[in-house]
Design a protein around this ligand. Structure first.
Ligand code: PMV
Length: 352
């Protein structure tokens, strides 16, 4: 037996013989080119690219306990949350083939978010990314290697598609695109060629509607299956990504704004034209959009908006415009937010 095989043999022996604790923080992300529509197993219908955030995050500790009858227990913000377990269980079952060592462990999970519960900010991306990191940390321990970030992204994707993009930052692309070397439908990769202005880009998340949205992302993705405009939309997203890559390299903010806003509205246009149709924007969403456009025209400050699958508005702007944009939010936009609430976030570097 050569040395490497002997080492592998020894590490297999260690498998499941000890308890292990892994703690990770993973942020949320906001897509610039949107993923909307998918095929089994979590293969995106079109490629996407996002800013990784830093202040909206999930902290997760997993206690891996060797067990002959493995189970999952979960505490959310200090309290037992049995209702969260089925989703985690199906995730663990789904990734079992890629992480066979998990079979011998019970998972005791303690998790919390930095953003208020029911704020309308989805925690699935940050939550699944943090859990995937914890599992990859155990794998690294068992195999005596470094945490494999590509695998973490791969696993996170199987929990929630957009979670694949929360592992690294500040810009992550996911899904095959002809202009991105090493792009893959299976995991996200950092886009490292961006102009420095995007390393510190700001995102103010305006909480127009807190609480659970009326139609889930899962239902929304499925409605793309028989959508009359699906084919054209997937082609448009590919085209937008190609153009955005050039803009990200060069730092042309006018074109950045044009593409990003069009993407947000195209995403919602898919919802408006699904069968059945539905509307996740609220009157406040549209009022904010109009005011951002007016402010930009009047001041030339390169501030723009994007939306995820909900009513909240993400206000994107370069860090040097922070003061003017916060004034705009306080003076005009916060009036459209529930309890005048908003979160000031910015680009970050992914899971820790
Ligand atoms: O990851 P999911 O299944 O929650 O879908 C996310 C979809 C959007 O947030 C609307 C777009 C995106 O690319 O993040």
């Amino acid at each position: 037996m050569n040395d490497q095989l002997l080492e592998e043999f020894k590490s297999n022996l260690k498998e499941n013989e000890f308890s292990y604790k892994a703690t990770h923080r993973a942020p949320s992300n906001i897509a610039l080119v949107k993923y909307w529509g998918k095929y089994d197993p979590q293969i995106p219908a079109n490629p996407s690219i996002s800013f990784t955030l830093s202040k909206a995050f999930t902290d997760t500790t997993v206690f891996f306990e060797p067990s002959k009858s493995p189970e999952i227990n979960l505490k959310f913000e200090g309290e037992a949350k049995p209702s969260f377990i089925p989703k985690i269980q199906s995730f663990v079952d789904r990734i079992g083939v890629y992480c066979p060592y998990l079979k011998g462990y019970s998972l005791n999970i303690e998790t919390s978010n930095s953003f208020p519960h029911s704020s309308g900010i989805a925690s699935s991306a940050s939550g699944m990314a943090a859990l995937a990191m914890a599992i990859c940390n155990l794998e690294a321990k068992l195999s005596g290697s470094e945490v494999n970030l590509k695998k973490a992204s791969f696993l996170a994707r199987l929990g929630s598609g957009s979670a694949a993009r929360s592992i690294e930052g500040p810009l992550m692309s996911w899904g095959f695109h002809k202009d991105i070397t090493e792009s893959s439908d299976l995991f996200a990769t950092p886009f490292l060629e961006a102009h420095p202005i995007f390393n510190t880009y700001q995102d103010a998340i305006l909480l127009v509607h807190k609480g659970v949205k009326s139609v889930s992302s899962t239902v929304g993705h499925n409605l793309m299956n028989n959508h009359p405009f699906a084919k054209r939309r997937f082609a448009q997203a590919n085209d937008h990504l190609a153009k955005l890559l050039t803009v990200l390299r060069g730092g042309e903010l006018d074109q950045f704004i044009e593409i990003v806003e069009l993407e947000a509205l195209s995403l919602h246009a898919m919802m408006l034209s699904s069968t059945p149709s539905y509307i996740l924007m609220q009157p406040g969403t549209l009022s904010i959009i109009q005011r951002i456009r007016t402010f930009r025209a009047e001041t030339n400050i390169p501030v723009c908006f994007t939306l995820d699958a909900g009513a909240n508005v993400h206000v994107l702007y370069p860090v040097e415009n922070k003061k003017r944009v916060i004034d705009l939010i306080d003076n005009e936009l916060a009036a459209f937010c529930e309890d005048r609430q908003y979160l000031l976030d910015e680009c970050g570097f992914g899971a820790k």
